[in-house]
Design a binder for this molecule. Structure first.
Ligand SMILES: Nc1ncnc2c1ncn2[C@@H]1O[C@H](COP(=O)(O)OP(=O)(O)OP(=O)(O)O)[C@@H](O)[C@H]1O
Ligand SMILES: [Mg+2]
Length: 362
């Protein structure tokens, strides 16, 4: 099948790396020069809302998917009128705006931190009354890797943060979580579903650094609860493809932080730690192939490579380390690749993480 992908970054690259062996061919819509996915298919190098570019990718594809949620609504509508766009466009609307997303969670009885919209300075008092202090102020649109966010500890700090971030914000309670988890579900065109075991995620400066898959110490009840939350969203959206939901664990409870209608950084460990990766299952889903239930033979982890490139030889020399570079040039804070670590037991994986971290530039 001919698969069109909106975006040509590392997620598109890994989708193609896993989709080509299934017999598919790829075209990417990506305005930036020399994109990570460029080696794996044709690139249409126009803006995401360029009518000529959209017409070209529509003509070159049997199905269109995407690697980021900020696809312009008009582009999704243009493509959806011509060929299947999966995950379905309502998933884009639901995830482009943090306020809409949190309202959808609430509507589906999915627990979240208390939140409130902040559009004008007058909204701040009401928002802080709901969220309490400390609170997190976030831009409703276009945030990623913790950008467009501020933790505030007083009404004065909140006012200053609002001035700095601009209008169109959401305020939410700062959650004292015991850990961060994510659940990855996959929906097929025929309605069947598979789930990956919960992943435990560690962030620094708002950027994901290390994921442990499966998360240690997850009870069957906790896994089932996470799958129920994801199922509620997938049912509502008629979902096809991979859906990722980021969760805060507080005691035995799960609060939904945000979701992504796409493959997700916290699922990169599945390339080496599971019998079938999130990328392969996403491609299976959107191209109408049966899903593969993932089996996970042992513990695995992922360490992101951020800002500076390591010596590939140093990483490759490490036992149980699997290097994945994205072909991007270094820049501070930029995700350039990741290293997956597999092992026979948790101790071996922990040692692997330590050795990989020691081999990465500081
Ligand atoms: N309400 C909160 N309470 C405590 N920590 C928070 C809260 N919201 C966000 N964080 C922290 O900041 C990180 C990034 O926040 P969030 O996921 O909302 O933003 P993002 O910019 O979309 O991030 P990403 O693109 O990495 O998913 C979270 O993973 C968490 O560590
Ligand atoms: Mg996040």
């Amino acid at each position: 099948m001919r698969v069109g992908v909106l975006g040509g970054g590392q997620l598109a690259r890994m989708l193609a790396l896993e989709g080509i062996p299934l017999g598919h061919r790829f075209t990417f819509l990506e305005p930036a020069p020399d994109p990570p996915a460029g080696a794996l298919g044709r690139v249409v190098d126009t803006a995401y809302d360029d009518p000529a570019g959209l017409a070209r990718i529509a003509a070159a594809s049997d199905v269109v998917t995407y690697e980021f949620e900020n696809v312009p609504a008009s582009s999704a509508a243009y493509l959806a009128a011509r060929l299947p766009v999966l995950p379905p466009p309502p998933a884009l609307e639901a995830t482009q705006d943090r306020l809409a997303e949190k309202r959808l969670f609430r509507e589906l009885a999915i627990p979240t931190a208390p939140f409130h919209r902040v559009d004008t300075p007058d909204d701040l008092d009401a928002a802080l009354a709901v969220a309490g202090l400390p609170a997190v102020l976030k831009t409703r649109r276009f945030g990623y890797d913790g950008k467009g966010q501020a933790v505030v500890r007083s009404a004065e700090e909140a006012a200053a943060a609002m001035a700095a971030l601009g209008p169109g914000l959401i305020a939410e309670r700062f959650v004292e979580f015991s850990r961060e988890l994510s659940v990855l579900g996959v929906g097929a065109r025929d309605g069947s579903r598979v789930f990956y075991p919960l992943t435990e995620n560690h962030h620094r400066e708002g950027i994901l650094r290390v994921s442990h898959g499966p998360a240690p110490g997850v009870t069957p009840e906790l896994q089932a609860r996470a799958e129920r939350l994801a199922t509620g969203i997938m049912d509502r959206l008629g979902y096809v493809g991979v859906l990722a939901i980021e969760l805060f664990q507080v005691g035995d409870d799960l609060l939904a932080n945000e979701m992504a209608p796409r493959v997700h950084n916290s699922g990169h460990w599945t390339l080496d730690g599971a019998t079938v990766s999130q990328f392969e299952n996403h491609i299976r889903a959107v191209t109408g192939l049966p899903l593969a239930p993932p089996r996970v033979p042992g513990p695995a982890a992922m360490v992101n490579i951020i800002g500076e490139l390591p010596d590939p030889a140093a990483i490759s020399a490490l036992p149980f380390a699997h290097l994945h570079l994205y072909g991007k040039s270094p820049r501070p804070g930029r995700k350039l690749g990741h290293v997956n670590i597999t092992g026979r037991d948790a101790d071996e994986v922990a040692e692997g993480i330590a050795r990989v971290c020691a081999a990465l530039p500081r």
